[in-house]
Design a protein around this ligand. Structure first.
Ligand code: ADP
Ligand code: ZN
Length: 434
């Protein structure tokens, strides 16, 4: 269902007009109120008056995670702290966390964006939605919660974890929609199986899954195991949280909420804006955020943009699946590889489970001469039959070689030996962590 046809199906010239109006206001606001932006604008020799068309966006400076760290905690706010009503924060693997304050207006906008997101994915007010994204500082829990309530669905706020209880609730309460990370969807399936429950026999019909990279093969796997349609949803804390983009049931790219987020794809090396269709780093400018607007935020997520209207009738640009964060990219003997590419190769081979670990040697930053992949073998296949196992290993090695162009060492491990995580999966680890 199209929840907000006025915006979601707006002819592009009109949409661009709206974006430009909003952009001008935001640029003026941050320039007047946030010393960091004023300084950055000055360094680039640009003032708010220079923004006369959407193309002028490229005159503005980029922002990055680093700027959030440098201005921790409240240095990027565009309103007095008294006007903020909530804080979220991203995990931030190193150093200080990234803090994002919201005004009441931001919380309302986000709830509406999330209601629209869930509707786009195929959720209705009649659904029973079990929200297994983590509640707390992480944006997933409350983001989906507020959106689902606003849509009028019945929300079961389980948060992540306590998986057995989740399964019981899912069965007893007749959950129809699950929201969680793709890796947690697999944990749900595995736990249910242990309990003698087949999720395909429950009322569950839809998963709105995201917050981590996953491949098309992983989608097929999840859809098959859980008996659902699995929809991809994307977002990030710095920009708002989940709700930046989501697929419609056509599953052909994630519609960006462009009335709130102005997007570009850039060449991560040169910073040049790329034409539609070319793969590059997603850059987002918020058009409606109040407490902490961001200008040209470099997400580090590699995607491509598609402006073609979708069969669903929405005119909003679609972004491709995220192949990975530019900082997750591995360089193996000079070849660039994303963990998600490795995932696609693995899951195309019969006899392996969607649980794997990529072991690298990070001594030399992300460069590694050795690529080792641990992968779980399916219950039936793992055997003392050396021959069978050797055949599988050989098959995986040759697939990896032909698809990625690099040789990898494959280590087949027993089912359930790779550690499961309830939030975002950790797929790449350093040898020193073993
Ligand atoms: P953190 O940066 O600590 O992981 P966030 O929750 O803000 O915290 O994570 C946002 C990031 O998660 C995105 O920049 C992106 O890399 C990843 N992400 C979110 N949704 C998806 C998705 N559907 N596909 C791939 N990656 C995703
Ligand atoms: Zn669509």
């Amino acid at each position: 269902m199209i929840r907000d046809p006025e915006h979601e199906t707006m002819p592009r010239p009109e949409l661009e007009k709206l974006q430009l109006e909003r952009l001008k206001v935001k640029v003026r606001e941050v320039y007047d109120r946030v010393p960091f932006y004023r300084r950055a604008f000055k360094e680039k020799g640009v003032t708010p008056d220079d923004i006369q068309t959407l193309a002028d966006l490229t005159k503005l400076p980029f922002t990055s995670k680093l700027d959030f760290r440098d201005n921790y905690p409240y240095g990027l706010m565009a309103v007095p702290l008294e006007q903020a009503v909530r804080i979220h924060s991203s995990s931030g693997t190193t150093g200080k966390p990234i803090i994002v304050p919201y005004t009441q207006g931001d919380v309302d906008t986000w709830a509406e964006v999330m209601a629209r997101t869930l509707a786009t994915a195929g959720t209705t007010k009649d659904d029973v939605l079990q929200n297994a994204y983590g509640y707390g500082l992480f944006t997933g829990g409350l983001g989906f919660h507020d959106g689902a309530e606003r849509l009028g669905a019945l929300v079961i706020p389980t948060s992540s974890g306590n998986t057995k209880r989740q399964i019981l609730l899912l069965q007893d309460l007749g959950t129809t929609v699950i929201t969680c990370t793709p890796s947690y969807a697999l944990i749900l399936h595995e736990t249910a199986r242990d309990m003698g429950i087949d999720l395909r026999d429950t009322r569950l019909r839809l998963g709105v899954l995201g917050a981590e990279p996953w491949s098309e093969q992983m989608r097929e796997d999840i859809e098959e195991r859980l008996g659902i349609m699995a929809i991809n949803v994307y977002g990030l804390t710095e920009v708002i949280g989940p709700g930046v983009s989501v697929e419609c049931p056509h599953k052909c790219g994630m519609h960006i909420a462009e009335d709130h987020f102005l997007v570009e794809a850039i060449d991560p090396e040169t910073g040049e804006q790329l034409p539609y269709g070319e793969a590059g780093e997603l850059v987002v400018t918020t058009l409606t955020k109040e407490a902490q607007p961001v200008i040209r935020f470099r997400t580090r997520d590699i995607i491509s943009l598609n402006p073609e209207p979708c069969e669903c009738g929405r005119t909003m640009v679609r972004m491709s699946r995220v192949t990975g964060r530019s900082d997750d990219m591995l360089i193996v003997r000079g070849v660039n590889v994303f963990p998600s590419q490795i995932e696609s190769v693995l899951l195309d081979v019969e006899g392996v489970e969607p649980h794997y670990l990529i072991v690298v040697d990070r001594q030399h930053a992300f460069k590694s001469d050795e690529l080792e992949i641990w992968v779980e073998v399916s219950e039936g296949v793992f055997s003392d039959e050396m021959q069978k196992m050797e055949g599988l290993e050989k098959r995986l090695r040759s697939e990896m070689d032909s698809v990625l162009g690099i040789a990898a060492r494959i280590k087949l491990v027993e089912p359930r030996t790779i550690e499961r995580t309830e939030g975002k999966a950790k797929r790449v680890i350093d040898r020193s962590e073993l």
